[in-house]
Write a protein that binds this ligand. Structure first.
Ligand code: SF4
Length: 213
């Protein structure tokens, strides 16, 4: 990245991290995806139970492979051959995990996380259950405010996820949200995580790269 743009981007990241901390979430910055797993090793105890939300970022940063390394007891939503009933069971067990790992659809500079879910298992676990919620997000997830967060999800994140998940929704055809009534809709629960009653439960790792969508 151009050094002038890099300077402005870092100021934006620092502003975002400062406001996350004011909302009683912990915040870290790592330069690249390679920095994520070493940091995770300091945040999750060996032998802990762990679970994760659906996320491209977790694959791109090597986190899924790390969770499968045998270091933890992983409730693996991506395990091959899971039946729908077994997947539901994994989602329920996630609420009891010591640590829950996920990305986020957007982070505002005001220190808020914005997420949109279909079934709601991911946002539910972020809100309540696991003692340790670790959010990993590329710099591209940072937006100015909730208006931009909502727009980002409608114009980019949700349509891209609908394509990834092979949904039969209008956004797959048009590339933007049509606020559909499709049974394949992936946008049902819109959740803002702001000031936290339990301090430091949510830990946000911002990576200085573009990750996920
Ligand atoms: S509400 Fe429907 S059209 Fe809009 S992004 Fe979600 S799935 Fe796509």
């Amino acid at each position: 990245m151009d050094k002038h743009l890099q300077s402005v981007t870092m100021k934006r990241i620092e502003r975002t991290m400062e406001n996350l901390r004011k909302n009683r979430m912990q915040a870290w910055y790592v330069d690249s995806r390679e920095g994520v797993v070493p940091l995770l090793e300091t945040l999750i105890k060996e032998g802990d139970t762990v679970a994760c939300g659906g996320s491209v970022t977790l694959f791109e940063t090597g986190v899924i492979d790390h969770l499968r390394s045998g270091r933890y007891i992983f409730y693996d939503r991506y395990a091959e051959g899971l039946t729908p009933e077994q997947l539901t069971d994994v989602h329920r067990k996630a609420f009891t995990a010591n640590a829950y790992l996920t990305s986020t659809n957007a982070i505002t500079e005001e220190g808020e996380l914005f997420n949109v879910d279909g079934k709601g298992n991911r946002v539910a676990a972020m809100i309540y259950g696991p003692d340790n919620v670790i959010v990993i997000a590329g710099r591209n997830k940072i937006v100015t405010d909730l208006y931009e967060a909502f727009s980002r999800v409608r114009q980019l994140a949700a349509p891209a996820n609908a394509v990834r998940l092979s949904r039969k929704t209008p956004c797959v055809e048009t590339g933007k949200c049509q606020d559909c009534k499709s049974k394949d809709r992936i946008c049902s629960s819109f959740v803002v995580s702001r000031f936290q009653l339990v301090p430091d439960r949510i830990k946000v790792i911002i990576v200085g790269e573009e990750l996920g969508y």
